[in-house]
Design a protein around this ligand. Structure first.
Ligand code: ZN
Length: 415
């Protein structure tokens, strides 16, 4: 599996000068190539592709020898980035996005991300060396913490964010072979908490830390104060900077807590198969565009799908597997009798005519488990799970398989 590790580095003043020089050359190449594309577009000329621009590089270097100081792979990658920018722009435009902006020229202060793909770098004894031909001869060597050791490195990218420099190292990480150990754990991933049920019918709950909640108020306040100022005034800039900083912190803490949570989930279960409901945030947003109140909570679906991503890769590293299955109706169906009722998000308790009275997330985690086991024909485990649940007082009736495995039939029951 390929993973990317981000590491902060502290270049010396000399190294920073070299980096800025190299980045400047990349920026000029980017702008130059962009101008060429724009011109071709206005004149209706076709054929300015990445390949053509890449093939032109040697000619440019011949004419302007100062570009030779940059590793040629890095220059090529800069052109590739422009190509990617254009491709995403066209894709957005095709989708009918009116706000799509064509790639812009990079301004003077812009630090161009430099990417060393396959070659141009070496890593030895926790020292990363990036190659260049800058006349100053200053070596771009950065020491990285000893705890990072990489067996095989595909790519190293150097970039600047705010005032700090970072390396992002894409490397090969060995996986542990997955083996089905007959134990399963299903999760109902939510915004407030993650509810899991295992084969024994035991429930586990992982509360979400919500650092974003903590920051929400401060961010809103800063935004309102900023918007009351004259735009681009000194005070506006000050508040804008603070606002961005708080948002950044909130996002960082959120990601950090999700890393910790997913680590805990993956490592604290004996089950090798973790089943989660598959979310399609896009669909959810489309349906609920007119329901304003819901929209806020739906913004968080992005963070849930990120959690699924974290779970998936962390599981692979330890020989476990995360399976996503359709979540349709899992919270609407009664886990005991199989009947269906509407469950608006405000309803936290599932109360059914059959006498079932259960937390809504527990209900859906059971449904997810039942659906997975039946869809995969794991009947032994299915009945074992059902009988274990019976012992906890949930007398699951052999409800029609149809109800539990039903695929979406036109109705968009997402919750
Ligand atoms: Zn029921």
């Amino acid at each position: 599996m390929q993973l990317t590790q981000k590491i902060r580095i502290m270049p010396t003043t000399e190294q920073e000068c070299v980096l800025l020089d190299l980045s400047e050359k990349c920026r000029l190449i980017y702008n130059f190539a962009l101008a060429e594309r724009r011109e071709a577009y206005t004149n209706g000329v076709d054929g300015i592709t990445y390949i053509k621009q890449q093939n032109d590089l040697p000619k440019i270097k011949e004419e302007y020898p100062e570009y030779k100081i940059v590793n040629s792979k890095v220059l090529q990658y800069t052109l590739r980035m422009l190509d990617a920018d254009y491709k995403s722009f066209y894709a957005l435009k095709k989708k009918g996005d009116k706000d799509a902006n064509s790639p812009k020229f990079k301004g003077k202060k812009y630090f161009t991300t430099m990417c060393f793909n396959q070659s141009g770098f070496s890593v030895k004894n926790s020292i990363v060396k990036l190659s260049h031909k800058h006349p100053s001869g200053v070596a771009l060597m950065f020491s990285i913490p000893v705890k990072f050791s990489f067996s095989k490195i595909y790519q190293i990218t150097i970039y600047k964010k705010d005032k700090d420099y970072y390396l992002s190292i894409t490397h090969e990480q060995p996986e542990v072979m997955y083996e089905d150990n007959g134990l399963y754990q299903s999760f109902d991933l939510g915004i407030i908490k993650q509810t899991a049920v295992n084969m024994g019918g035991k429930f586990v709950e992982f509360a979400n830390q919500r650092p974003d909640k903590y920051w929400e108020k401060a961010i809103a306040e800063l935004q309102s104060r900023r918007d009351h100022c004259k735009k681009y005034s000194r005070r506006w800039h000050k508040l804008n900077k603070l606002h961005a900083k708080c948002k950044h912190k909130s996002a960082n803490q959120m990601r950090d807590s999700q890393h910790k949570l997913s680590h805990k989930i993956v490592n604290n279960t004996k089950a090798n198969t973790i089943i989660v409901g598959e979310l399609s945030p896009k669909k959810m947003c489309q349906i609920n565009k007119h329901q304003k109140g819901l929209h806020r909570s739906l913004q968080n679906t992005g963070s849930i799908s990120r959690l699924t991503g974290f779970l998936t890769y962390k599981a692979k590293l330890v020989g476990k597997r995360v399976v996503e299955i359709s979540e349709v109706n899992t919270s609407k169906i009664c886990c005991v009798c199989g009947s269906k009722q509407d469950m608006p998000l405000s309803k936290r308790q599932y109360i059914c005519d059959c006498g079932n009275d259960i937390d809504r997330d527990r209900n859906s985690s059971i449904n997810i488990m039942l659906r997975y086991l039946s869809e995969n024909g794991l009947w032994t485990s299915y009945w074992q799970f059902v009988s274990n649940l019976r012992q906890t007082g949930l007398a699951i009736v052999n409800h029609s398989q149809e109800a539990i495995t039903s695929k979406p039939q036109g109705d968009l029951g997402y919750v």
